[in-house]
Design a protein around this ligand. Sequence first.
Ligand code: PMP
Length: 294
Amino acid sequence: MAICWLDGKLMDASEAKVSVFDHGLLYGDGIFEGIRFYQKVPFRVLEHLQRLEMSARAILLSIPYDQSALQSAIKETIDASGQTDGYIRLVVTRGAGKLGINPKSCAQGSVFIIVDQLEMVNQVILEEGARVMIASTRRLKPDGLDPKIKSLNYLNHIMAKVEANQAGFDEAIMLNHMGCVAEGTVDNVFIVARGVLKTPPISDGALDGITRQVVIEIAKEQNISVVEKSLTTYDLYTADECFLTGTGAELIPVREIMGRFLASSSRPVFNKLQTAFFEFVAKESGTSSSVKVA
Ligand code: PMP
């Protein structure tokens, strides 16, 4: 059952309501985090709360609860859901105010935490790899809205996803204003070229993904060389392997980008990293065996 903690109260998620005057709804004025939990333990929760805090500071939004209160609320919501593994959506909105964008009219932010299940892609895609397009919708420039802010404004990502849907692809990769690879609509992008793992630097317009950080850590432990460098579509088309990472996505292999089949269909580096990722998750959530075999 989907459960929601809304400003201190637990309820069935279908009963949770926010005001039509909430600027999160009216203007996308708010921030959020998506967090997975495994064996009832939220994965990398401190990193998520830290990123939430940074997003809040960047948009001058005061979160009405401190980090330990948010941590307790997350735990309470997981417990109430009765689920062992699942997905948490933590949202902080600017709160209810007057019509008109001025955030000064919003007395207090609103916080809600939903615990539910999330299936980003189906099992076939996980096994065979996703078909990906390059969207014509670009990632925003940092002097417009910095991509490091995980705000409720996802409209350009949604437009990229719409492009993928319309063209019959599973996911879209977005470029930045310079034409370099930024990220997927809700995930970071990695490629493998001649044994080297490559991902664009955050400064190329990606969210500082927590799964991305974990994958980089794991790759280093596995003695796989990792470089953060700008990537072009040429790099994607000519890569041996490509995969996407994210809290919802975990690790999704890519098999085809705009009609180009990636050189390696056996994906040795991806397989190694995916196995290591689930071992890492199992270790952090205190279970001895791998929690999931994709
Ligand atoms: N980029 C975007 C735009 C996202 O929404 C997400 C999902 N939070 C990611 C990348 C992946 O980040 P993370 O691994 O922290 O979930």
